[in-house]
Design a binder for this molecule. Structure first.
Ligand code: SF4
Ligand code: SF4
Length: 465
């Protein structure tokens, strides 16, 4: 007579169950049903099991993707499996710190802004790229596609920007340095995912190359996403640091900085470039060090030590969600306090203060030189962080100026950020004039000089004044 083999019935380990429901579908005897109680360890809702009709067929074991969620229980106590460890019994993960690796000296490169951003990401330890091609950011993705496979990295061309940002969400949750490059219409599609990342405190870097809008607009340079990046990154009370490079060198440096800030604050960081800058070729000096990334203790890294970690933006209890919002607000306040950055040119005695960022700041710098040559005490204030706006650096030069001229390729979006910062700081505002162009046209050197010298206004100004 053949020996019978005892088959185990399942026992649920609640804090290892993600509530995915695959076991519910697998069980033909309806032994498993959706749960209703939130597990205090994971914040998730595990299933419930009733074994009255269980035949020990084992299909639920096969269906469950979690290694410890269902453990086998034998009737024979001597053969009973050892209890699966509860997540709380496993020591918490120790962080693996980043390492700084020396680089050999190298000649400066002459490369496009997007290439500089891609190289900056790699030097910052980024080995994961998820993106959907969109002009004028695509060259950066192309370079990542060539380089990352050689560096044991992953390049994924997603089916859409929505997919790309959610891949970034997943990679950031695993504690790895990841990025995506996009342009204005694609950036719009990423806002929901960015909101989830901010809500779940997940780092990631998004390089958005602004082009003319709204809608599909065109592929010419613009600054029309300043409002979106500084004030509209998804629903809820959320913020991300917004960096504004003006040269290919800064595309590299600010992309590297973006990764540091993203992991410092566990928050996405936006590098806001423009189409001209992305396509512009310039001299780029490489740093002497690069980052070899570690693994933060909070990551969901797929091993026992990290399995207690939970990355979520769902807080069903109102008081819990309010508490989480307050913690996020405290983090944003720390960013406002510690991260504003600005570049000042000839501002020491400036009576005419020009405010500009990205490529228009290059025209503005030339205009300052021209105006100085004509005896006009002009200076350029260039915010490197658009959010948080560097109001502490602006305040002293604002106090000396008799007029502020905001130069931008949008309908006063930079100006509004500046006005808001001035208002919150309770500063007196001198008269503010605008030189702004729209539709993919950048303000020119001559328009800025004419505005300062004779009050001549750029065409777009009349419609937006
Ligand atoms: S062992 Fe089979 S019958 Fe028992 S709960 Fe799992 S799927 Fe259902
Ligand atoms: S399949 Fe596993 S993780 Fe999913 S609900 Fe069932 S027990 Fe939980």
């Amino acid at each position: 007579m053949a020996a019978t083999v005892e088959r185990p019935k399942p026992v649920l380990v609640p804090d290892s169950c993600k509530g995915c429901g695959r076991c519910i579908d697998a069980c033909e005897h309806h032994c498993i049903e959706p749960g209703s109680d939130i597990d205090p360890v994971t914040g998730l809702v595990p299933v419930r099991i009733h074994l009255e009709h269980c035949t020990a067929c084992g299909l639920c074991f096969d269906a469950c993707p979690e290694p410890y969620a269902l453990r086998p229980e034998f009737a024979d106590a001597a053969r009973a499996s050892r209890p699966a460890p509860r997540a709380t019994a496993i020591p918490a993960a120790e962080p693996i710190p980043d390492a700084i690796v020396e680089l050999p000296p190298a000649e400066p490169l002459v490369i496009k802004g997007m290439y500089a951003s891609a190289i900056g990401a790699i030097l910052a330890g980024c080995r994961h790229f998820f993106g959907y091609p969109i002009t004028p950011s695509t060259e950066g993705a192309e370079l990542m596609a060539r380089l990352l496979p050689r560096l044991d990295g992953q390049f994924v061309q997603a089916v859409s920007e929505v997919a790309a940002i959610n891949m970034l969400y997943g990679a950031g949750s695993a504690g790895v340095r990841a990025t995506t490059f996009t342009s204005s219409p694609g950036f719009s599609l990423m806002l929901e995912g960015l909101s989830y990342m901010m809500g779940a405190r997940v780092p990631g870097v998004v390089v958005n190359v602004m082009r003319g809008g709204p809608g599909l607009g065109n592929i010419a340079p613009s600054q029309s996403d300043i409002k979106l990046a500084c004030r509209g990154l998804g629903h809820g009370d959320s913020h991300a640091i917004v960096l504004a490079p003006a040269t290919p060198q800064e595309m590299l440096e600010l992309t590297m900085l973006a990764f540091d800030l993203a992991f410092k604050y566990r928050n996405p960081v936006i590098v806001l470039a423009d189409a001209y800058l992305a396509q512009m070729t310039g001299r780029v000096t490489l740093p002497r060090t690069m980052v070899q990334p570690g693994v933060p203790s909070w990551a969901v890294a797929g091993d026992e030590a990290h399995r207690r970690n939970l990355i979520t933006s769902i807080y069903l209890s109102e008081t819990e969600l309010e508490g989480e919002n307050l913690r996020l607000l405290a983090k944003y306040a720390r960013m406002v306090d510690e991260e504003p950055r600005a570049d000042l040119f000839e501002c020491g005695d400036a009576e005419i203060l020009i405010v500009a960022c990205n490529t228009p700041s290059r025209m503005a710098k030339g205009a300052v030189r021209t105006l100085r040559a004509r005896g006009v005490k002009a200076g350029l204030f260039r915010p490197l962080t658009l959010w948080p706006f560097p109001i502490r650096a602006l305040a002293p030069v604002l106090g000396r100026a008799r007029e502020v001229v905001v130069v931008e390729a949008s309908a006063a979006q930079l100006e509004d950020e500046m006005r808001l910062a001035i208002s919150h700081a309770n500063l007196a505002t001198p008269p503010i004039t605008r030189v702004n162009r729209l539709g993919g046209i950048l303000p020119s050197h001559d328009e800025i000089v004419s505005c300062v010298v004779s009050g001549a206004r750029a065409p777009a100004l009349e419609a937006t004044a």
